[in-house]
Design a protein around this ligand. Structure first.
Ligand code: COS
Length: 380
């Protein structure tokens, strides 16, 4: 058993860390306050290879693997969780096209995502009435001559106002066929009939773009079908398995930042004539937080390593996601408490972390869905 990082993994971690310290941390509070989509930072991430960490060099990726991806995600989330989720979804879209796409689809879209020519990619699965149960989706795609025509609505679409390419799921058969009549399509940003709805006014991740989409007779060529006809549901499930490693890593990055800040604050802040770090009432929550984050990190890196080495990792990704996101929530809450009243105002970043971390228990599968995935595997 090896717990040391490889040279490549250390290099990606170090490069990302330096970039985050220099270019993201100084602007993170302003991005949150102004809800500004960080285009220039995303372009820099692409230059560093971070929009395709686990993609082959031939497609413009860094070819550094899933563990390196997880480490990079932790670092970016430490700086700005909004930037991190935009990066996570773009990596996921690149991977899904690289894995399931034809040669033409791969070469047309993946280099544009990895190079930053497309500022982001989007993953359009959820709908207003189909969140935890994507098998209940209502968006349809019907064949019309040489094209597919897509009609319907999507919800909670990350980077939907900016994406160069959308991976879109739609029903290609009878509702009664459930998950067996869903297919996946690649739709380019700006395609006629694809309308971007209002930007959500979110509690956290305020610099990320979350919108609804309406498809009104969106016509795409036959070549836009990704993977097998009616084989789309499994593509979504496999992509989400990988995506959950990204979100576990994001949660770890946010909570790790909060813990560093709480430690610094506790050493600096004096009450009753001594730094509050001298009190056990402050020490124990810091100790518990460090322990839980290390446990979550090991679960997350194990899931990443399993994916990287081509082994089944669905259950392990769900375990990492549910544990890391819930531990991160507890940690950020404790870290805010250590800050006392200063944690409740925007002067200290812990207030932003508290808002940003909450969604990690919800998106890319709620905690409850992760437990469904784990339980099914345990009981199989
Ligand atoms: N990898 C590959 N295939 C998978 C899979 C996975 N991780 N999970 C399920 N499948 C396959 C199943 O094997 C099944 O195939 P067969 O029909 O050939 O047997 C098919 O997909 C349907 O699976 P299942 O019957 O388990 O589907 P359910 O509708 O019961 O859904 C859950 C299963 C709950 C796990 C799924 O709906 C889910 O992940 N929901 C959460 C969605 C989500 O994360 N949304 C967030 C969107 S991004 S913000």
């Amino acid at each position: 058993m090896e717990l040391e990082l490889t040279e490549t993994q250390s290099l990606i971690q170090k490069t990302t860390r330096e970039f985050v310290d220099r270019a993201i941390l100084p602007v993170a509070a302003e991005l949150d306050r102004s809800e500004r989509f960080p285009k220039e930072i995303l372009a820099e991430l692409a230059k560093l290879g971070l929009m395709g960490v686990n993609l082959p060099v031939s497609l413009g990726g860094a070819e550094a693997g899933v563990v390196a991806y997880s480490l990079a995600m932790m670092e970016v989330a430490r700086g700005c969780a909004s930037t991190a989720v935009t990066m996570a979804v773009t990596n996921m879209v690149g991977e899904v096209i690289a894995k399931f796409g034809t040669e033409e689809q791969r070469s047309r879209y993946v280099p544009r995502l990895t190079s930053g020519e497309y500022v982001a990619g989007s993953f359009a699965l959820s709908e207003p009435e189909a969140g935890s149960d994507p098998g209940g989706m209502r968006t349809t795609a019907r064949q019309d001559g040489d094209s597919w025509v897509i009609d319907g609505q999507k919800q909670w679409i990350t980077s939907g106002s900016h994406a160069g390419v959308f991976v879109v799921w739609a029903r290609t058969g009878d509702v009664a066929a459930g998950t067996k009549a869903i297919s996946c399509f690649l739709v380019e940003g700006g395609t006629p009939g694809l309308k971007v709805g209002k930007k959500e006014d979110k509690m956290g991740l305020r610099a990320s773009d979350t919108v609804s989409l309406t498809f009104e007779g969106v016509r795409v060529p036959a070549s836009a079908l990704l993977g097998q006809l009616n084989g789309g549901f499994k593509i979504a499930m496999m992509a989400l398995d990988g995506g959950r490693i990204g979100i576990a890593s994001q949660a770890l990055g946010i909570a790790g930042a909060a813990l560093d800040e709480a430690v610094a604050y506790a050493k600096d802040r004096k009450q009753f004539g001594q730094p509050i770090s001298a009190f056990q009432g402050i020490q124990w929550p810091l100790a518990d937080s460090k322990t839980e984050l290390d446990a979550a990190r090991l679960l997350t890196l194990r899931a990443a390593w399993l994916k990287e080495s081509g082994q089944p990792f669905s259950k392990e990704a769900a375990m990492a996601k549910v544990y890391a996101s819930e531990a991160a929530g507890r940690v950020v809450d404790r870290c805010l408490q250590v800050h006392g009243g200063y944690g409740f105002v925007k002067e200290f970043p812990v207030e932003r972390h508290y808002r940003d971390v909450r969604v990690t228990r919800i998106y890319e599968g709620t905690s409850e869905i992760q437990r469904v995935v784990i339980a099914r595997s345990v009981l199989r």
